[in-house]
Design a protein around this ligand. Structure first.
Ligand SMILES: Cc1cc2nc3c(=O)[nH]c(=O)nc-3n(C[C@H](O)[C@H](O)[C@H](O)COP(=O)(O)OP(=O)(O)OC[C@H]3O[C@@H](n4cnc5c(N)ncnc54)[C@H](O)[C@@H]3O)c2cc1C
Length: 354
């Protein structure tokens, strides 16, 4: 990135920035004035407020490990937890996952998540649901004991706190300028402006309902650039795909299965167990499956997919959703055969025609 910045004529100043006034950013003793300012300070890992939490590690620590621990306990069963549990079990670590709620990956359909939980369990991971971690104690031999409210104790060598992420809004001088924040981050209008019109916010630090992801941050920054160059249209997000990089992968885009089922007049939900139907293309991945959400106008509005190819396939489905392609338009194209995508497209065309 530093090389790219240099090639584009962008100065990179390393240091902690804060707003001095609506046109000045301070970095250490340096002051930089600017017509427009974009706050893009992202998020950091949350730290569960229990005794012994100084023993906890976050995703950055985990990704910096030189050697895998023999035993690892993950607090929380969200995306980061399940992705890292997948890596750790594959690398031979004994993994325990302790989750406060009664299920993993709450934003995804239960039956889809169950396949991932079952696969991880087969790989040796142990899930503890409805358990709130209350403390962690270091033992003399360098290991730890994690305790929960119900009295569960887990002995471990490494504790990963994967309980969430918090927007970096502190010490930026926001309050003095009247820039509003809430639990989700910096409050912006539909032009991504803060309460101070020449100060924008982009990416994870923005309070928003859409997923906080790299491509949404990029989309927002490109949008802000367009506003600075004269675009007056409010931001309009397209369908946003997201992928859980477990094995198998889980991806979702657009209207969710739950939303569709809650509005049966607006949507039709079609389940396609394509792992059963396309055994050859999916390399015998029999639990691979797909749910399509189809609108009254007979175009695709959403999709959820499980399988090794789910992370790639979701981009094709996103394109179809954003372009509003009909069965007739898809039928007018020829796709390479055989493959997961051609099988899914055939199923999609059939479903759109029903
Ligand atoms: C473990 C993990 C896995 C993820 N996997 C995916 C994935 O598979 N796909 C995906 O799309 N997204 C993923 N994400 C989310 C993705 O990383 C974020 O959505 C994305 O990085 C947001 O970009 P951003 O620029 O808003 O924030 P960031 O990338 O967090 O960048 C913010 C930067 O601002 C710096 N900063 C903060 N405060 C200051 C200050 N006062 N002065 C100067 N600098 C400051 C920070 O140090 C940081 O470098 C993942 C996140 C995590 C933690």
């Amino acid at each position: 990135m530093e090389q790219l910045f240099a090639a584009q004529g962008i100065d990179l100043i390393k240091g902690k920035g804060h707003l001095i006034d609506d046109h000045t950013v301070g970095v250490d003793k340096q002051e930089i004035t600017s017509d427009k300012i974009v706050i893009a300070t992202g998020q950091r890992s949350a730290r569960l407020n229990v005794p012994g939490n100084e023993q906890f590690h976050d995703s950055r620590d985990f990704l910096s490990l030189d050697k895998m621990p023999k035993r690892m306990t993950i607090i929380g069963a969200g995306i980061i937890s399940l992705e890292f549990a997948t890596m750790a079990t594959k690398l031979g670590t004994e993994v325990h996952i302790i989750e406060f709620g009664d299920r993993a990956l709450a934003a995804y359909p239960k039956d889809y998540v169950q396949t991932i939980v079952d696969t991880l369990t087969e790989e040796g991971a142990v899930f503890h649901f409805n358990e709130a971690v209350t403390q962690a104690t270091a033992l003399d031999d360098g290991s730890y004991v994690v305790k929960t409210d119900s009295g569960l104790t887990v002995e471990t060598d490494y504790i990963l706190d994967a309980t969430g992420r918090i927007a970096n809004t502190e010490d930026l001088g926001l309050e003095a300028l009247g820039i509003e924040t809430d639990r989700g981050g910096i409050v912006v209008n539909d032009h991504l402006q803060t309460a101070v019109p020449n100060i924008f916010a982009s990416g994870d630090v923005v309070s928003k309902k859409i997923p906080k992801l790299t491509p949404t941050a990029t989309f927002e920054s490109n949008y802000i650039a367009s506003v600075i160059l004269g675009n007056s249209d409010p931001i309009q997000y397209p369908a946003i795909p997201n992928v859980v990089f477990t094995m198998p992968r889980l991806s979702q885009v657009g209207v969710t299965n739950d939303e569709a089922k809650a509005h049966p007049d607006d949507y039709r939900v079609v389940d396609i167990p394509f792992g059963q139907q396309l055994k050859f293309q999916t390399k015998l991945e029999e639990n691979a499956k797909l749910t399509l959400v189809i609108g009254r106008d007979k175009t695709l509005k959403g999709a959820t997919m499980l399988g090794g190819e789910a992370g790639e396939m979701v981009n094709l489905l996103t394109l179809i959703i954003n372009q509003g392609l009909s069965a007739k338009e898809l039928n007018a194209m020829i796709f390479a055969f055989p493959g997961v995508s051609s099988g899914v497209l055939t199923s999609l065309i059939q479903a759109l025609n029903e």
